[in-house]
Write a protein that binds this ligand. Structure first.
Ligand code: 5GP
Ligand code: ZN
Length: 113
């Protein structure tokens, strides 16, 4: 877990552009944005991926969605936005600390590839 990139970002050991922070959630800009708005929303606690969510840790996930809704209003994402969490390598997950991509600011094709 000490080697986890996003745990290091939460601890400030690796710099990031912070958008929002509270006791349990951290939001920062993706280093390689794929849309004009591309935030990564993560729990401060280490959860590797979506299929590790259960009754013991799901409260932070519902809080993450509250934070997303609040940020969407504050950042004026009225034209629409997308939330994506890739689970596993074949789904495109490259960092194994659960994260929710918040994407907005351009038309987003659907279905995604
Ligand atoms: P995944 O591919 O796991 O769904 O998403 C990982 C995301 O983390 C990618 O969009 C990638 O650009 C971003 N990322 C990887 N390393 C860093 C980093 O050191 N800092 C920031 N801010 N984002 C990163
Ligand atoms: Zn981690």
């Amino acid at each position: 877990m000490n080697d986890c990139l996003f745990c290091k970002i939460v601890k400030g050991e690796i710099p990031s552009t912070k958008i929002y922070e509270d006791e349990t959630v951290y939001v920062f800009e993706d280093i390689n944005p794929t849309a004009p708005t591309h935030y990564l929303v993560i729990p401060k606690q280490h959860i590797s991926k979506l299929d590790e969510i259960d009754a013991s840790n799901s409260a932070v996930i519902s809080h993450i969605y509250e934070v997303i809704a609040k940020l969407a209003k504050e950042k004026g994402l009225d034209e629409g936005f997308r939330v994506v969490s890739n689970c596993g390598e074949s789904a495109g997950q490259s960092v194994f600390h659960i994260h929710f991509h918040l994407l907005a600011g351009r038309p987003l094709a659907w279905p995604a590839g």
